[in-house]
Design a binder for this molecule. Structure first.
Ligand SMILES: C[S@@+](CC[C@H](N)C(=O)[O-])C[C@H]1O[C@@H](n2cnc3c(N)ncnc32)[C@H](O)[C@@H]1O
Length: 208
């Protein structure tokens, strides 16, 4: 699929040419995501998937807290190779998936938590968003949670040179539909490594 190839080429180029802390979305730790995951799934046996995890340290922090059933999915093998290398032997405790989230086959009713920071907002075509939501609805356990973070209404219109869709809690929830309850949402400013700030929206949804 042409869209998938273009997307993969874009992200492979980003991760092959930029240092991990030289991208606008970099944070040393994803504290907000971590706090939300710990709140909805405090038991470290919970099954957590980080979608579009890239080179973020969320995985290091989850492992440090004893989470033992973690998957990381990303379209870029370069990003995941770097994350695996950073983790060293701990990487063996993680399930790695190189795939486009809108195309991937995931086992049904598997995850207690689906985490996505700054991935869904790149899906500018309605059919991509529908495919994504179908993956979530199938792969997340009934009663499981979706922790999502996108640019908020006042966030940038582009990220990494790509157009994004900005959301408020209502518009993001409506993409997911009636199978998901909106549990909580809030906006937060992210300070980029370049001294600018970006408005993010965090939403926690529960799969019925
Ligand atoms: C802005 S970065 C965010 C990385 C990480 N979540 C964080 O917060 O640091 C977006 C990530 O999503 C990945 N990505 C973009 N489109 C994707 C897709 N369709 N399927 C899977 N991963 C994708 C990129 O390779 C990149 O790692």
């Amino acid at each position: 699929m042409i869209v998938e190839m273009d997307t993969r080429t874009h992200w492979e180029k980003i991760y092959s040419t930029k240092a991990p802390d030289a991208v606008s979305w970099f944070r040393p730790h994803l504290e907000t995501s971590l706090a939300l995951i710990e709140r909805v799934a405090p038991d470290p046996s919970a099954s957590v998937i980080d979608v579009g995890g890239g080179q973020s340290t969320l995985i290091d922090d989850l492992l440090a807290r004893g989470y033992e059933n973690i998957s990381v999915l990303d379209i870029s093998s370069t990003a995941l190779d770097a994350t695996r290398k950073r983790l060293g032997p701990l990487a063996e405790h993680v399930h790695w998936l190189v795939s486009d989230v809108t195309q991937v086959d995931l086992p049904p009713h598997t995850y207690d938590v689906w985490h996505d920071r700054a991935v869904f907002h790149f899906l500018t075509a309605k059919e991509q968003r529908i495919a994504y939501v179908e993956k979530v609805a199938s792969a997340v356990k009934h009663g499981g949670h979706v922790v999502l973070s996108t640019f908020g209404p006042e966030g940038p219109a582009k990220c990494s040179g790509l157009d994004v869709v900005r959301y408020n809690a209502e518009s993001l929830h409506s993409e997911f539909g009636e199978r998901f309850d909106l549990v909580e949402s809030f906006e937060e400013l992210h300070n980029t490594p370049f001294g600018t700030s970006q408005q993010f929206l965090y939403c926690c949804l529960k799969r019925e």
